[in-house]
Design a protein around this ligand. Structure first.
Ligand code: PRP
Length: 214
């Protein structure tokens, strides 16, 4: 009999990985080693189910999946849209719910409405371009930042930001508001195109089981 190969699952480090592992546990696939908070290991194997998990930076998950270094990935829709990789998006896991929004001080609302040439600070330049250039057909200057995006309009780097809003606390505590909603976001399961064919039965079973837990 042909020996079963390991299915490899890439998880975005952090909150999403923890929630994703809870979903896998709910369908009987656990990985005790991963629960050790002090571990510096990056790869975790479930020998019985022939599945291995690895932890990567969120934005790298679609890359691992596109190149086939991972068969499956669990990642936020924001990252999928921003990376624009050639992968199959197969399931909305329903957790990690938040929204991509255009935010800023209330005073920026008029600038947005009149299509002025404003500056937009963001960690997501591709999503910002899709929103302003493709959807709204508005020319803006996009400034790429790597975090704490809410700072930008406060210190005068930009008029607005394109960023994730979850509870809205960061905006509130910094005197900013949502000006436009771009799209809803949540955690998704993505699959490599070739794996989808070569490991069709195992991957379909996994997705069906995950779907039943929702
Ligand atoms: C994210 C996002 C917002 C904040 C939104 O930042 O970029 O800043 O969370 O959450 P809230 O609506 O619940 O306040 P994150 O914590 O990932 O850090 P970063 O800004 O440094 O990327």
């Amino acid at each position: 009999m042909k020996e079963e190969r390991y299915l490899t699952v890439a998880l975005g480090k952090g909150r999403l990985a923890k929630k994703a592992m809870e979903s896998f546990e709910a369908i009987g696939i656990s990985c005790e080693e991963m629960k050790d908070k002090d571990t510096r290991k990056l790869i975790f194997v479930n020998e019985e189910k022939k599945i291995r998990f690895f932890l990567a930076k969120g934005p790298d998950v679609p890359t691992y999946v596109e190149y086939g270094a991972a068969d499956i990935g669990i990642v936020g829709e924001d990252t999928i849209l921003e990376e624009g990789r050639n992968i199959h998006e197969v399931l909305d896991l329903g957790f990690g719910k938040c929204k991509m929004c255009i935010c800023g001080p209330e005073s920026a609302r008029e600038l947005l409405k009149h299509g002025e040439l404003i500056r937009v600070a963001t960690k997501y330049p591709r999503i910002a371009r899709m929103h302003f250039y493709d959807k709204k057909q508005q020319t803006v200057e996009i400034i790429k930042l790597n975090g704490s995006i809410e700072l930008a309009p406060i210190v005068g780097l930009s008029e607005v930001i394109c960023d994730i809003v979850e509870t809205g606390s960061t905006l509130r505590e910094n005197g900013l508001v949502v000006l436009e909603e771009v799209c809803p976001l949540s955690a998704r399961v993505v699959v490599n195109q070739v794996s989808m064919k070569m490991e069709h039965d195992r991957i379909t079973k996994l997705i069906t089981d995950l779907k039943e837990t929702l």
